[in-house]
Design a protein around this ligand. Structure first.
Ligand code: BGC
Length: 393
């Protein structure tokens, strides 16, 4: 057997805007409804997890998982500048308590791409006060995480957030389709992360870090490609991993790889297996991301905060995850400290600009009745969790 470390966390992840539904007061909702939007459909009720989170958590726990990563929605907690909703704080605290009572270790993300519309209108991450506004929000959210929460992710994928901020028409969350990062936004996100960590440090025992999309950039080997790889990859990935130095953990979110040629990132080759997001089916992305995070951060413990594929064929999800976990095990065997693995995603959900078509979930959801139907992959991952091991190949 390939055994994982004692106490290894086995879980699944979601993000508020992708599952809650009716987050009407954030910047994404406004973009989804803009007349000239390129977003294929609005999030609407999403998976109605705002009301059905208990059922979601119970399904994960009953399958054998031991953690659940979810995010809190800033626009609900602070609907207007400086105005904190105590009812929403209570709502998210109930989520934490529900997770704990199900035996799930709650991994809480403070910001997963969306910001309140007022924050967007005030200059978004380009507002010089943005780090302070995020620290103030962290302060407001403290009661949610002040007891029973061990891990808080401050900012989800600051590198993708900086790339999305680099242009208006990012079609999808994949390197080939993304603009170059806005470096001013990158600096603001780092300052916001540090300010938030300072606030979180007041909670004894709580560990915090940010989660980076590790994009496994690889050179085509053509003349000029290696130099381009360095020029392109450093501000897209490595800078964020280096800046995790000194944090309590660093989140790794890995899906696929992107080839870099002499002129930059290349579209996925025609002759490879692709997922519903058009990405190459490439399980080794996880091991590469985890090793890079460990090395570049100067040996900060790693938490896999996302890994998975969008597919209508659940057997490919199992095959992908099995391959990814074997790579993860190899990294652990070489001494990389890994806290846990959170699969993306617990549920089929709202995949940003691509709408509901790409299905990443371990659980299917009927979008009219909201009935949840676990897929075989949930039982499979739960089995791995219960054994805390994978059978040797
Ligand atoms: C994000 C998720 C997203 C997933 C698949 C990550 O970039 O954190 O919100 O759904 O990848 O695209």
């Amino acid at each position: 057997m390939l055994n994982f470390p004692n106490g290894f966390l086995w879980g699944a992840a979601t993000a508020a805007h992708q599952v809650e539904g009716n987050n009407v007061n954030n910047d994404w909702w406004v973009k989804e409804h803009a007349a000239d939007t390129q977003i294929v459909e609005p999030s609407g009720d999403a998976m109605d997890s705002y009301h059905r989170f208990r059922e979601d958590m119970k399904l994960l726990a009953d399958a054998g998982l031991t953690s659940y990563r979810f995010s809190v929605e800033w626009s609900r907690i602070e609907p207007a500048p400086g105005c904190v909703s105590h009812a929403e704080i209570d709502h998210y605290r109930r989520m934490v308590d529900t997770a704990l009572s199900c035996g799930l270790n709650p991994v809480v993300t403070l910001m997963h791409f969306t910001v309140p519309q007022w924050m967007f209108e005030r200059g978004f991450w380009r507002n010089p006060d943005a780090p302070e506004l995020f620290a103030r929000f962290t302060e407001a959210a403290l009661p949610i995480v002040s007891e029973g929460v061990e891990y808080v992710c401050t900012i989800n994928e600051p590198n993708i957030a900086a790339m999305l901020a680099g242009g208006e028409q990012a079609a999808n969350l994949v390197a080939f389709g993304l603009p170059r990062p806005d470096l001013q936004v990158a600096d603001a996100l780092l300052a916001a992360h540090k300010a938030s960590r300072e606030v979180l440090a007041s909670v004894p025992g709580l560990k915090s870090g940010w989660t980076v999309a590790t994009q496994a950039f690889q050179s085509t080997g053509e003349p000029g490609a290696d130099a381009k790889l360095q020029e392109y990859g450093y501000p897209s990935d490595d800078w964020y991993l280096e800046n995790a130095a000194g944090d309590d953990f660093v989140g790794v979110q890995a899906y696929t790889r992107t080839f870099i040629g002499p002129t930059g990132p290349l579209p996925v080759k025609a002759n490879v297996e692709k997922t519903l997001t058009g990405w190459e089916f490439y399980p080794p992305a996880l091991e590469l991301g985890v090793r890079a995070a460990w090395e570049l951060s100067g040996h900060v413990p790693v938490m896999v905060t996302e890994n998975g594929i969008a597919t209508a064929d659940d057997s490919r999800r199992i095959a992908y995850t099995d391959g990814a976990l074997r790579g993860l095990h190899a990294a652990i065997a070489d001494g990389v400290e890994v806290i846990g693995y959170q699969h993306w995603s617990a549920l089929d959900n709202y995949e940003w600009a691509s709408g509901f078509r790409p299905t990443f979930g371990l659980i299917a959801v009927d979008r009219t009745t909201f009935v949840r139907t676990p897929k075989p992959s949930l039982a499979w991952l739960g089995g791995v969790a219960r054994a805390n091991a994978l059978p040797a190949a």
